[in-house]
Design a protein around this ligand. Structure first.
Ligand code: T5A
Ligand code: NA
Length: 208
């Protein structure tokens, strides 16, 4: 017998502007996949629980100031510090549903006017998503949702710029999902995408 019989887990990434429903959907996706027999785990970036994550949280809540470059590298380092665990989970057959990833890192810093390639460099070599689901929502609709405006980047003009960079980063493989229908309706769409991706990903090696 060659190799292991464990199917590797699938790396599912949810991206989008603030308040597009990523966290809501990521949680629901993990619950449904788990119920349907796919071992799954929720992850989010920034992970505010680590030492680096606490500094990132202080920056986002405007408790501290930092240069655009320094905070960009911290967001990236916050992903790198999770890679070992992600690799172990994926190799053990656990599907990871990730609430924001490197695309957010690039989109938010490039929207400040920094060079796009410079923004991409520190995340080079992270595990590549098996699917990137982009939650598409007009900014004015996002602004009417709960909690908008509490954190540093939650301003209409800036969110529009972030959305433009996301559209520059997108590849034909991205799944662009209309995030304005009901929570349950969006969930049905995402679950469908996730299950198709899980079937496909198990047959191919993890990519960087
Ligand atoms: N950032 C992040 C960087 O600058 N660089 C990086 O590398 C990374 C990873 C914090 C900030 O950090 C920036 C981006 C962000 O500005 P975060 O912790 O992910 O990132 O931000 P949060 O504030 O937690 O989350 P978001 O604002 O992005 O919101 P979500 O997760 O998209 O939306 P969610 O699910 O919390 O829903 C928001 C509200 O809308 C309602 C929900 O009930 C909730 O009240 N809602 C709906 N209402 C109607 N219809 C629907 N379909 C709805 N779905 C959800
Ligand atoms: Na969120």
């Amino acid at each position: 017998m060659m190799g292991s019989t464990i199917r590797r887990g699938t790396l599912i990434v949810l991206e989008g502007c603030d308040r597009s429903g990523k966290s809501t959907q990521a949680r629901m996706l993990v619950d449904s996949l788990t119920q349907e027999g796919h071992p799954s785990k929720l992850m989010r970036f920034p992970d505010r629980t680590t030492t680096l994550g606490k500094t990132i949280n202080d920056y986002l809540t405007s408790a501290v100031e930092m240069s655009d470059q320094a905070i960009h590298l911290l967001f990236s380092a916050n992903r790198w510090e999770a890679m070992k665990q992600m690799e172990a989970d994926l190799n053990a057959g656990t599907t990871l549903v990730v609430d924001r990833y490197a695309f957010s890192g690039v989109a938010f810093t490039a929207a400040k006017g920094l060079d796009l390639q410079w923004c991409k460099n520190p995340d080079t070599g992270l595990y590549a998503p098996d699917v990137t689901i982009y939650m598409d929502l007009p900014v004015d609709e996002a602004m009417r949702r709960g909690g908008f405006g509490e954190e540093r980047y939650e301003k209409e003009d800036f969110q529009n710029k972030v959305g433009q960079v996301f559209m520059q980063l997108r590849t034909p493989e991205w799944k662009i999902v209309d995030a304005s229908p009901s929570i349950d309706s969006v969930h049905t769409t995402l679950l469908d995408i996730a299950k198709t991706t899980i079937d496909r990903a198990a047959k191919s090696p993890l990519q960087r």
